[in-house]
Design a protein around this ligand. Structure first.
Ligand code: 13P
Length: 276
């Protein structure tokens, strides 16, 4: 999927989902605009929904009429990754970004070996994504960015299929105008020949997204904006019509989330990339 995005110069959206409503919103958005898509499960969602949620996501992917897959996001726990692969997930993020460089390489390589046996794909992160709440000094912040000088060896030594970069992107709401370091991204791109991934895509402007795609980003991770859309649709509905039927309430949540996903697919250039 990401190689096709690379050939045709667009990016695929990976949307975090937590429940059946998320699955429905993302898949129906993808089918509506003929876009490939990634249904992404964070370990917290796996903990909550277990094998039932994984099975529902896999079934939705299997039944839908566009290219779609289920991906495990930000997994730091080997056992969890193995159990998700056993439950049929074939794309995982081995997140060793909290470890030392050597620790990250060893962890990612170990997961890569297990993944190969299962025919699964692995994403890893080099550098360390900051949260908006992190309050780092400039030096601490810069030390967390992806170092282009080691990126190529990292990819070679771990054998990962795609690489998440840290170029000033953050998870959650950006407190001020996002500052992505495109010069750094360009340097990383020159060193690394697997598709690049940008986490923290909520709140990025059209210009940010366009430039990122030009410089090799092939997967955008989106959580906050779609989750907010779901939650605000629920609270609006309950405010406007207390005692709304549960199915109607969920349908409104799905519609709110779906609209944001459709907008992102347009922005990422993935809309229209799957034939009718
Ligand atoms: P946002 O919540 O900022 O969209 O980030 C999502 C993400 O990167 C999930 O891995």
């Amino acid at each position: 999927m990401l190689q096709d995005a690379d050939r045709r110069n667009y990016a695929v959206g990976a949307f975090n989902i937590y429940n059946l409503e998320g699955i429905k919103a993302v898949i129906s958005a993808a089918e509506a605009v003929r876009s490939p898509v990634i249904l992404q499960l964070h370990p917290a969602a796996v903990k909550y929904g277990g094998k039932t949620l994984i099975a529902a996501a896999r079934q939705a992917v299997q039944d839908c009429s566009v290219r779609a897959l289920v991906h495990l996001d930000h997994a730091t726990d080997r056992e969890l990754i193995l159990s998700c692969m056993q439950a049929g997930i074939r794309s995982v993020m081995a997140d060793g970004s909290h470890l030392s460089l050597d620790g990250n390489v060893a962890f990612t390589r170990e997961i890569g070996n297990a993944a190969r046996e299962q025919n699964a794909f692995v994403e890893a992160e080099l550098g360390r994504l900051s949260g908006t709440e992190d309050g780092l000094s400039v030096a601490e912040y810069e030390a967390r960015l992806t170092d282009p000088a080691i990126a190529s060896a990292f990819v070679r030594d771990t054998g990962v299929h795609c690489l998440a970069v840290c170029i000033g992107n953050v998870h959650g709401h950006y407190r001020s105008e996002p500052r992505l370091d495109f010069h750094l991204l360009e340097r990383i791109r020159k060193q690394v020949h697997v598709p690049l991934v940008l986490h923290g895509a909520s709140g990025l402007s059209e210009a940010h997204v366009r430039e990122s795609i030009q410089l090799g980003i092939r997967k955008f991770n989106v959580n906050t904006e779609v989750r907010d859309a779901f939650l605000s649709a629920l609270s609006r509905t309950l405010n406007d019509k207390p005692g709304t039927d549960l199915v109607d309430l969920m349908l409104n949540g799905v519609a709110g989330m779906r609209a944001v996903v459709i907008e992102k697919m347009g922005l990422f250039g993935s809309a229209g990339k799957d034939p009718q």
